[in-house]
Design a protein around this ligand. Structure first.
Ligand SMILES: [Zn+2]
Ligand SMILES: [Zn+2]
Length: 428
């Protein structure tokens, strides 16, 4: 998930219900303060003796972060653990992806739960004892925590899960821009592991620790990219009439592009066109023959996404022609709009309410202009992507910040959520 600034983080009321602290022995003592019987039972079960193991595991993964499609150590660790708990494991799906499958009883339904494993090219500055051992690489988006939460649930479900059906745990590579989800799908993920529904969970700093936030419909933006190369006739800065100036054309295009958002898209719809890079020329007295622009384009609606591409291409060509320069547009489709299906989101929300009670659940959170490749899975299988609050204490700002850290207090809650979701979904 990509959050572009602290402002993107919704701040809700901090109301932590669970406090954990490291006991001197190194084991973890957990105090539960909740009125919800189901919540307490599940958390007690999930936490007793096992949460310390998964906090240590999370920190181990955090120390050895791996970039997209290089998650060899992490994937091996995940696969070995799952095999040890009795899952049928397949490695190397879509590069370094792993799927663990556990069938129990005769229930006909099949559920897929997804965690991401990759880290980011960021130099860590968290100051944590378990900070990255690898220079310039860091788990700054909490994928170490997502992996640990799903593994904690996996062990508990294998040993004590009361379900009947097919449980499939999907550990994907390269969520951070590499499209690991799509690589796994292209590698036959859903042909080999058909799912009736898929779910994923991401942490969110600024949202109260342990708060679960749901949303149906469009939830995360599409993210596309365009490289525009303008070619004109270079010349002397003193004789512009003998040249065709790509700098003037580029400047005009930058301004004109903003009219696509303001004039071609329904004001009720979110859309973003950012020109993040513009390069032309080297000297004040030389008119450069070429100029390049790099665009980031986002939308929260599939039709708006199509409109943006169509209008950007038409406008760039017309603008270029009006200045007597040529334009070549390299359009690269990135992540799709992430759309949570209503029925599966309602189900996921009910499980959240059962586990955490209404005060710890946001029923319909805001949409985000960040993007997420779980969108590709949701284009093929209905399901829902939910958020768990990372609180305010861990990390300086938000995900992708060098000071960020995943909140270990969420491992038990996240694992308990996955357990209850599976037990409520996989019934006879
Ligand atoms: Zn991220
Ligand atoms: Zn992320």
């Amino acid at each position: 998930m990509h959050w572009t600034s602290c402002d993107a983080t919704p701040t809700l009321h901090p109301k932590p219900q669970i406090h954990s602290a490291a006991a001197p022995s190194g084991t973890f003592k957990v105090q539960i303060e909740t009125e919800h019987a189901a919540d307490a039972n599940y958390l007690r079960n999930a936490l007793n003796s096992q949460v310390g193991e998964f906090i240590r595991l999370r920190r181990d993964i955090h120390r050895e972060p791996e970039l997209a499609f290089e998650e060899h150590r992490t994937a091996a660790l995940v696969a070995d653990k799952l095999e040890g708990w009795g899952f049928a494991v397949e490695r190397g799906i879509g590069g370094t992806g792993v799927v663990g499958k556990l069938v129990r009883g005769t229930g006909p339904k099949r559920i897929g739960l997804r965690a991401d494993m990759d880290a980011l090219p960021i130099q860590e500055a968290s100051g944590a004892d378990w900070a990255s051992n690898r220079p310039g690489v860091m788990h700054a988006c909490g994928h170490d925590g997502h992996t640990a939460m799903l593994l904690a649930a996996a062990r508990r479900l294998a040993e004590h899960g009361r379900f009947s059906g097919t449980l499939q745990l999907i550990f994907q590579p390269a969520e951070e821009g590499g499209g690991g989800a799509l690589r796994m799908i292209d590698d036959g993920l859903f042909e080999r592991y058909p799912c009736d529904a898929v779910f994923a969970m991401h942490n969110l700093p600024g949202l109260a620790q342990g708060q679960l936030m749901f949303r149906d419909g469009a939830t995360m933006a599409s993210s596309d990219y365009a490289s525009i190369t303008l070619t004109g006739i270079g010349g002397h800065g003193a004789m512009p009439h003998q040249a065709t100036d790509t700098v003037v054309a580029a400047a005009s295009i930058v301004m004109a592009l903003q009219t696509v958002v303001s004039r071609n898209v329904d004001p009720q719809q979110m859309s973003v066109i950012t020109v993040g890079a513009i390069h032309a020329g080297k000297a004040n007295n030389v008119i450069p023959a070429t100029a390049t622009l790099e665009l980031s384009v986002r939308a929260l609606d599939r039709e708006v996404r199509v409109t943006l591409e169509r209008r950007i291409k038409a406008l760039v060509q017309a603008q270029a022609e009006s200045f007597g320069v040529s334009a070549a547009i390299d359009w690269r489709a990135g992540y799709s709009v992430l759309v949570n299906s209503p029925a599966e989101t309602a189900f996921a929300r009910d499980v959240g309410l059962e586990l955490r009670g209404p005060e710890n659940v946001t029923l319909q959170g805001p949409a985000q202009s960040a993007s997420e490749d779980f969108a590709f899975m949701l284009e093929r299988v209905p399901g829902s992507y939910l958020v768990i609050g990372n609180g305010d204490s861990a990390g300086a700002c938000t995900v992708h910040n060098p000071g960020y850290d995943f909140n270990d207090d969420n491992i038990a809650i996240g694992a308990a959520y996955w357990m209850l979701l599976v037990e409520r979904f996989l019934v006879e």
